[in-house]
Design a protein around this ligand. Sequence first.
Ligand code: ARG
Length: 489
Amino acid sequence: MLREGRLGGEVDPEFARYTSSIAFDAHLLEYDLLGSMAHAIMLGRRGIADEEDVRSILRGLLEIYRKRDLKLEHELEDVHLAVEKRLFQEIGGAAGKLHTARSRNDQVALDLRMLARDRIIRVSKALLHLLEVLLSLAEKNVRTLMPGYTHLQRAQPTTLAHHLLAHFWALLRDLERLQNAYARVNLSPLGACALAGTGFEIDRRLVAELLGFDGVVENSQDAVASRDFLLEPMAALALLAVNLSRIAEELILWSTTEFGFLELSDELSSTSSIMPQKKNPDALEIMRARCARAMGNLTSGLAIMKALPLAYNRDLQELSPIALDSFEVVESSASILARILSTSGFNRERMRSACEDFLTATELADYLVREKGLTFREAHRIVGRLVASALKARVSVAEVTPEMLSRAAQEVTGSPLELGEQELRRCLSPEESLLSRRSEGSPSPEAVERSLQRARQALEELSALVEKRERRVREAFKSLLEEVERLVG
Ligand code: ARG
């Protein structure tokens, strides 16, 4: 369609296949049509195209929009030309007026921004659901004791609620990052044309308004040359993928016989083709691996952009499918993770008994500081010595005696230490330890209840924001289509 002017002759089929974006462009078709409708309405209102032409352009676009049977062929290069060609078939010569004061450069930037904002909403909704699952599991497990870990070694008692909330807050930040990015994504580039705007008296803000954007991209070169509206969400998605992958890794560990904290549901597990006893966490393993793609995609995207001179370069086309891949990987992972978490069984007895492993040693040391006037370093050495001697004598934490503690103190400081049996048992009890951890953000049920309230509120606020944004776009499209129908008659 474009080749009869400057180029003459047919395009080489291998060149066409190599350079075409048509396979990916199926994802842009709907946005391209809506964008064209808004542009045509604006051309009409501004008197750039006459009413009659605008009416037939809109009639043609509406027809293509309703039928959704557009053939996307490589020879057509991209969706923008495919739509234009089809429009010619529908309405004839007037189709040639649609591209007035527009370029494929601002057109593709527009389509991609519409895609990105939709995908941000979609992935945010999947994430909101996952956050809800984490929060309601936490609400039910405020007193479920389990070991907290450092170096993957049992460290101090915490609760399942507190552990799940740690993931909750990390994922909530990811959601905030995506929503922050949305404000910069939701601006219209249309009207930038090839790079330097246009001499026609267009109304960029009208087009932006019709399509549900919050404003326009200020500079026309920036509007067609930048893709940080993809890279920024991709960066947020890469961070989110890291967090999803860490959760996947933990659940894999927890489902092992060695941990025994978690039993995956049968319908979300696999088995072995040879070992009849096996139950495998395949979805979590796939997630752990697939999340790597979000990181690789970001790196590829940054590398594509880093040496591009202004303004449009065809290189930009290579970023689009990569960006979409990041959205899809993360959305599907968040969604299945929510299902895995809500259908798994937690083994509370195993978690509790894993706390019987000198996890309260810090508690005992703290007690000696508070009640016996020792420095923390002295107390640390005494309790360390006590644990070493207990392990050597194969004495469990429940069997440790005040005499053993006194002997340890004697060895370390040269003086014995008086502590009653009751006192010692209380210091070493995981339940007692938990109750004492009341500082803000700690695992005591009291502190966790406060945290749960803040979590619930933050979740509600973000959920309302996502919903509001989704509604705004949906309503803009609805009014746009109504306006088109009204004009077409
Ligand atoms: N498929 C192209 C892309 O994704 C559309 C814009 C083409 N513009 C051009 N000057 N060739 O970037």
